[in-house]
Structure formats: C-alpha cells, structure tokens
Design a protein around this ligand. Structure first.
Ligand code: UDX
Length: 433
C-alpha cells in the first residue's frame, strides 16, 4: 500500500512511522520546509520515546520519506490521511477546520486513481461530509471515498498505543474504502486487535465522546479527592476501592492538579460547541470543563496554604512543568496556573523539568529555570511536585531537607507516601489524603 500523511506533526509522524513499520510505502508531507528538512536530516521535532529509532530504521529501509510537495505525496496513494491540527478557534472554542479544508482542496487536485481520504485529525461530527463536498467540488472527476479514523494515541506512549491499540475505529460505508483500510491496518487485523467499523458520523463522535468521558473520570476523582481531604479519607484508597469494579475500571482515577495537554481541554470545548449546534446539551461535560479550569489555580492556592497562607518574598521550588511525564508538551499544563498563582501572590519560583524547559520558557516568564531537581531546591521555602516524572519519585529526602530552608513538600501527584515523608521530618501535603 502507498500511504500518505498530510501533516507531519505529532499524529502524522507517529502514524506514518508506524505504517511504514507495518511494511507500507509511506510519505509524510508538511508545508513547513524547516520541519521536513530536519526530518530528512534525521532530527525529530518532537519528544516521543522510541520515535527517533522507528523513523531512522524505516527511512533506512526505504519505506518512509518526507516532502513539502503535497501533489507528489498524494499522486498514486491508496490512502491519504489528513493529520493536520484542529486547534480551538480563537474566541469561540469551535475546532478550527481551516487546515483540514485546505488539505482537502490540495488532495483533490492531486488525486490519481481510486483514493481513500482518511480523516485522522480530531474533527466535529459532519466534517467528513464537508470534506467530501469540498473534494468533489475541487475535482468533479476524482474517484475517492472519505473515511473517519480517529486516533487515540497518548503522548509518551504513542508508538505502543498505535501498535497495541485498545481498538481501532473506522467510520465509512464505501466497500472499496473499507477494503483499503483493512489492508492498511492488516497487521492489527491479523493479531486480532479490536477493530470497530461504523458510520462516519459515529466515528467522528466516538473520538470526542472518548476524550470527554476520560476528562469526566479524572474530574470526578479530583472532586472526590477534595471531599476525602475534608472528610478524613484517602482518595487513593477510595480510587482502588471503586476501580476494582470492572464496570468502573482502575485507570484514569489518579487525583491530581487537573487534566491538561493538547487534547482534553480543546476537545471538551469543541464537544460543547457541537452540542450547542445540535441543541443537545452536554451538562456533565460543561461542569467538567468549569471544574477543571478552577482546579488549576486552586492547586496554586493549596501550595500557598501549605506554606502558611502568605508567600510574599518566599521562594518555591517546582518540579515538573509539562502536562504529564514523558513529553515536552506544555499545552494547558496545570503547572502554568500553579506557578502564575504563586507569582501573583508574591512568590519567586524556581523550576526544573527533564524535557519541557524550552517549551516552558515560551509560556512562563520570570521563573528561575534550574539545571536539575536538587539545584531547584537550593534555599527554597517549599518543594512542589506538579508532574510525576519518574526521576522525581526517589528523591533523597535527607538531601532535600538540607537544601530547603523549610521542610515543606506539596505533592500534587501523590507520588510519595505521607508517613515516609513525615518520618523524614517534612510537613506533607498531598491531594485528597
Ligand atoms: C489523551 C487521550 O488519552 C488519548 O487517547 C487521545 O488521543 C489524546 O488525549 P494525552 O493528552 O496524551 O492523551 O494524555 P493522557 O495520558 O490521557 O493525560 C491527559 C491529562 O490527564 C494529563 O494532564 C494527565 O496528567 C491527566 N490525568 C490522567 C490525571 O490527572 N489523572 C489520571 O488518572 C489520568
């Protein structure tokens, strides 16, 4: 199969490299000439474990290439995946579909022979119909079908998620297109990964419903955590107690500073817009968005309370800036609100993150960025863990105590047992315990 990815960002690059690894002939296209030049030179523009080797080995095997020339990439392709960004539109929260529609026009003009146009970008229900209309209008002779195939990759675990998916969703009803999709995903059909074929609209909505449900789950346990804190219970015990019920499931029940990242915040907002358009209110998701927004600043206030209520002139050491570990992504990271709340209250912030420092510098100013975890603590009045990188799980607490001017640890990810930290002489604050 010849497979083309339009958009060589996170989703396009990971998916393209994995399809090449399946044995397909893959071209990744991007308008950004600097990005394509970097990829051709073997430099991967994002941090994703394992991606550099996967790209290198498939380039070396002649199965993966990069180009800025969309026509060359699309010509002769069996399947063309649209994997461009759909950011929140400034002002109204709707998904901005301009990149998707622009890609549709360019694909239409370059199609040769029967081509499946696969929408992998996260797009509101009905977008497939519009892409179909646009392609037909731009090239009335084109022989094509439009399919929806949402991605469920988690940053930091994307290659594994691609190769060992919980499920693959394919939305469309054209038999020729479905046959091409079965060939494209053949290794996963053969190893009996669950593949769900459904209507195109169903597939489009599945993506939003999945992300919204996960956001609900996180926000639910976060609110239960607040109740545990006040009622004298431990949310980790409660999460385990409910998670062992198969109907609930143990995953995504870690209380913390609120969800962030490139998907949940944007997709929940876009789902609310769609629900308004169709007059089918999603009140649970509305509440989740509001609760999660409030939570991030509330976590800053939690730190201030742990430091005695007044942080003017004090210094706070923050470990972990990215929205979760194993990524350099700062988008909607809770660390941004936590740090800004501390700064607004008059504190100085020192910070360290294993991969996110460059991205953090673009969004957080007046932070003293440090070279490692221990350097961050030197002379600080409290230590706050915002993101649960493995490197922060086994800190030498004696050394930490020696570096801090006061032994205060605020653990917003509950990675330390309270009794151990208290036995080491710290005042400990977790989430919901
Ligand atoms: C998510 C979805 O998981 C993925 O299927 C979809 O394709 C894209 O969006 P991602 O944004 O990479 O993936 O991160 P994820 O691991 O889902 O975490 C999202 C946020 O929720 C992070 O801020 C994380 O810290 C938070 N989270 C997650 C919790 O606070 N508690 C949990 O129990 C789980």
């Amino acid at each position: 199969m010849k497979v083309t990815m339009i958009g060589s960002g996170y989703v396009g690059l990971v998916s393209g490299a994995c399809f090449a690894d399946f044995g397909h002939d893959v071209v990744c296209v991007d308008k950004d000439a600097a990005k394509i030049a970097a990829l051709e030179a073997g430099r991967i523009p994002i941090f994703e474990p394992g991606l550099d080797q996967l790209v290198a080995s498939n380039v070396a095997a002649g199965r993966l290439s990069f180009t800025t020339d969309i026509a060359a990439g699309v010509s002769g392709a069996d399947a063309v995946f649209i994997a461009v960004g759909t950011p929140s539109r400034r002002g109204d929260g709707h998904a901005d579909l301009s990149y998707v529609y622009a890609a549709a026009v360019e694909i239409a003009q370059a199609i040769t022979g029967f081509t499946v146009i696969v929408d992998k970008s996260t797009v509101p229900v009905g977008t497939g119909d519009e892409v179909e209309r646009i392609v037909r209008e731009a090239n009335p002779d084109a022989d094509f079908a439009v399919v929806s195939n949402p991605e469920f990759l988690r940053e930091g675990a994307a290659i594994d998620d691609f190769k060992r998916p919980d499920r693959i969703v394919i939305g469309g009803d054209d038999p020729r297109a479905l046959e091409v999709m079965r060939q494209v995903y053949r290794p996963l059909y053969l190893n009996r990964s669950p593949i769900v074929e459904m209507s195109r609209r169903g597939a489009e909505l599945t993506k939003y419903a999945a992300n919204a449900f996960l956001a609900v789950k996180i926000t639910f346990i976060n609110e239960i955590a607040d109740l545990c804190e006040k009622a004298g219970a431990d949310v980790q015990e409660v999460a385990r107690g409910i998670g062992l019920d198969n109907r609930i499931g143990a995953k995504f029940l870690h209380a913390g500073p609120g969800y962030g990242g490139s998907c949940f915040p944007k997709d929940t907002l876009a789902l609310l817009k769609t629900s308004q358009d169709y007059d089918a209110p999603q009140r649970i998701v509305e509440a989740v968005v509001a609760v999660n927004d409030n939570r991030k600043r509330a976590m800053g206030r939690k730190v201030i309370a742990a430091m005695g209520g007044d942080v003017r002139g004090k210094t706070v050491a923050v470990l972990g800036l990215t929205f979760k570990p194993n990524t350099d992504d700062m988008r909607d990271s809770p660390a941004i609100s936590v740090i800004q709340t501390l700064q607004d209250a008059g504190a100085t912030v020192r910070a360290y993150d294993p991969e996110g420092m460059e991205q953090a510098k673009r969004v957080l100013s007046e932070v003293d960025y440090c070279g490692n975890a221990y350097e961050t603590m030197e002379g600080a009045d409290a230590l706050v863990i915002v993101t649960e990188w493995d490197a922060f799980r086994a800190l030498d607490l004696e050394r930490v105590k020696g570096l801090l001017s006061q032994p205060i640890l605020v653990d917003l990810r509950n990675i330390y047992p309270r009794d151990m930290v208290e036995a080491a002489g710290f005042a400990y604050t977790g989430v919901g315990r």
